[in-house]
Ligand binder design. Structure first.
Ligand code: PAF
Length: 278
C-alpha cells in the first residue's frame, strides 16, 4: 500500500494505476461503515484509492474541527488489511495553499436540513470532493447512505457539472442496538450512548407506521418527535420526511421518502435516516 501526501505525487501515481479506480473519500478515524465502502469499492474496481483528510472548510465556527477524532496509524493498518492500493493523505496546506479562492456551490438541495443547521458545510464538502475527484480521477466514488443529504448534493453536483464518474451509495452500518456507526459516536459518554439509540427507535417507528399503511408524512414527523422528546438527553434539530433527491418535505408519502433526523445527545450531534418505499 502506498501512502501519498502530495497532489503532485498522487497525480503521477494515478497514471500508473491499473484498471478501474474506486475512490473512498474519508476523514479518517475509520470504523466498519468506512470499511464497507472500501469492500464495495474492491468488489467493483481493480484498484482502490482511499483518502484521509479532515477537511477544515466543511466545519463551521463552533463545530468540532479541533477535537475531531484522529488516529492515522490505526487507519492505515485497517486500510492495508482491506488491500487498499493507495492512501491519499494530504495536509491542509497541500489542499488549500495560500491564495486558494475557488469554491463549488450546489444550490437548493443544500438549503434544507443539514444545510440550514450548518451554513457553508456543503460548500466545503462539494469543494473538497471535487478536488479529490480531479486529483484521483476515479471511475467510481463511494459514500455512505448515512449522510443522505451529502449523497444528494454530490449526485446533483456530478450531474450538473458533467463529472465523469459514478457515485455509489453504500448502506449504513449499525451497532447491534441500531445506532448508526459514526466517528462522532466516540464523543458519547456511557449514559449518552444508551440515549443515542432513540434515533434508531424513531426511524423504526416511522417504518412501522408506514408498513401499517400510514401515508401522512406529518403524522410520521409528529410520532417520531414525541418519541425522541421522551428521551431527556435528546434535543431535536430536525425530523424530516422528504423527497430523497430534492429534500423537499412531503405531505403525503406517495413515492420514495427519505426519513431523516438530526438530534443532539448532550454536546454530540447525530444524524441518521432510512428510505421508505424501497
Ligand atoms: O463524509 C465524509 O467523511 C466527508 O464529508 C467527505 C465526503 C470525506 C468530505 O470531506
Amino acid at each position: 500500500m502506498r501512502v501519498v501526501t502530495t497532489v503532485a505525487e498522487m497525480k503521477r501515481l494515478r497514471s500508473q494505476l491499473p484498471g478501474s479506480i474506486g475512490l473512498v473519500p474519508t476523514m479518517g478515524y475509520l470504523h466498519e461503515g468506512h470499511l464497507e465502502l472500501v469492500r464495495q469499492a474492491r468488489l467493483e474496481n481493480l484498484t482502490v484509492v482511499a483518502s484521509i483528510f479532515v477537511n477544515p472548510t466543511q466545519f463551521g465556527r463552533g463545530e468540532d474541527l479541533a477535537t475531531y477524532p484522529r488516529d492515522p496509524e490505526r487507519d492505515l493498518e485497517l486500510l492495508e488489511d482491506e488491500k487498499v492500493a493507495v492512501v491519499f493523505m494530504p495536509s491542509d496546506q497541500e489542499m488549500y495553499p495560500e491564495g486558494f479562492s475557488s469554491w463549488v456551490e450546489v444550490e437548493k438541495v443544500t438549503d434544507r436540513l443539514e444545510g440550514a443547521y450548518r451554513p457553508g458545510h456543503f460548500r466545503g464538502v462539494a469543494t473538497v470532493v471535487t478536488k479529490l475527484f480531479n486529483i484521483v480521477q476515479p471511475h467510481r466514488a463511494y459514500f455512505g447512505q448515512k449522510d443522505a443529504q451529502q449523497l444528494a448534493v454530490i449526485r446533483r453536483m456530478v450531474s450538473d457539472l458533467n463529472m465523469n464518474l459514478d457515485i455509489v451509495a453504500v448502506p449504513t452500518v449499525r451497532e447491534p442496538d441500531g445506532l448508526a456507526m459514526s466517528s462522532r459516536n466516540t464523543y458519547l459518554n456511557p449514559e449518552e450512548r444508551k440515549a443515542a439509540v432513540v434515533l434508531w427507535k424513531a426511524l423504526c417507528l416511522a417504518q412501522e407506521l408506514w408498513d401499517k399503511g400510514e401515508k401522512s408524512a406529518e403524522r410520521l414527523r409528529q410520532e417520531m418527535t414525541s418519541l425522541i422528546e421522551s428521551e431527556p438527553l435528546a434535543k431535536i434539530d430536525y425530523v424530516s420526511v422528504a423527497d430523497p433527491d430534492s429534500l423537499e418535505e412531503l405531505g403525503d408519502i406517495d413515492r420514495f421518502a427519505l426519513v431523516s433526523l438530526a438530534v443532539r445527545i448532550g454536546k454530540t450531534r447525530l444524524i441518521d435516516n432510512i428510505t421508505l418505499g424501497t
